[in-house]
Design a protein around this ligand. Structure first.
Ligand code: FPP
Length: 256
């Protein structure tokens, strides 16, 4: 079970199985190019990887899966690709929502979704409402999300509360700030995976991955399957998560 292995007085998820996995799904375009296909073929194949990784999380007992589907910066892509991605989200959502619901999965979309086409916004709201009471895997799709946007909107929210007299500035601490972010009610990611070979965070969960274990793989997202996910979990299980403590303290906590 998630977080069941004791490692002393550490956050849940510090055990062998990460409680929360976050993924930057990169490499769709290159995957398509390698096959002489247009970029959208890579994005379509990427949807199959999304399905596989959801199943793998359920099988391994990971509780939360957060996928970076569309960054605040992805609007800079050619219009045709952005339109295609919006269409793909709508089709995938329409096609998969029954299955997600049947499998007790709760869907949540995080980001500035007000910039999306009205139809997609409606579909997102319906899908979230339909799965709201499910208590299996929490699937979070970060869409039109940026880590800096999230920190900025949290600061604005707190400033408004201070201005209205609801909040004393002296009460703003890390926990209070974290609650004001878009991921404020879930634990931070334990494992942060990026596929496609690049080794950067690209404005994803900047506040929340302070203590996440980072795992970079050259595997392109459409090739990411249950086996490659299991490799990431094995590597995670080998890591020593210290959260600022010394190694000796953890040894003592585990034997004592
Ligand atoms: C990055 O690869 C991928 C994206 C910007 C889109 C990710 C979208 C999907 C996997 C589609 C399905 C998602 C959901 C949640 C239904 P890239 O295009 O940057 O690849 P490249 O670096 O090889 O060009």
């Amino acid at each position: 079970m998630a977080g069941s292995e004791s490692k002393g007085d550490l956050p849940d998820g510090a055990g062998c199985i990460p409680r929360h996995v976050a993924i930057i799904m990169d490499g769709n375009g290159r995957w398509a190019r390698q096959r002489g296909q247009p970029r959208h073929a890579g994005h379509r194949a990427g949807v199959e990887s999304v399905r596989r990784v959801i199943e793998a999380c359920v099988e391994h007992g990971t509780e939360i899966l957060t996928l970076f589907a569309f960054s605040s910066e992805n609007w800079r892509r050619p219009r045709s690709e952005v339109d295609m991605l919006m269409e793909l989200f709508m089709v995938a959502l329409g096609r998969e929502i029954c299955k997600l619901d049947k499998n007790n999965i709760r869907l949540r979309v995080i980001g500035e979704t007000s910039a999306f086409p009205q139809k997609l916004q409606r579909q997102i709201a319906e899908a979230e409402a339909r799965t709201a009471d499910n208590d299996g895997l929490l699937l979070q799709i970060a869409a039109n999300y940026g880590g800096r946007w999230d920190i900025t909107q949290a600061a604005r929210r707190l400033a408004q509360q201070v201005a209205s007299g609801e909040l004393d500035p002296a009460d703003i601490d890390e926990a209070c700030f974290a609650r004001a972010t878009a991921f404020g009610d879930v634990p931070d990611p334990d494992l942060f995976i990026r596929t496609g070979g690049e080794q950067r965070i690209s404005n994803f969960l900047l506040w929340h991955c302070a203590y996440s274990e980072l795992y970079f793989t050259p595997v392109l997202w459409p090739d990411f399957d249950k086996e490659t996910f299991a490799e990431a979990l094995s590597e995670y299980a080998r890591r020593e998560r210290r959260f600022g403590q010394a190694s000796e303290q953890l040894d003592k906590a585990n034997t004592g």
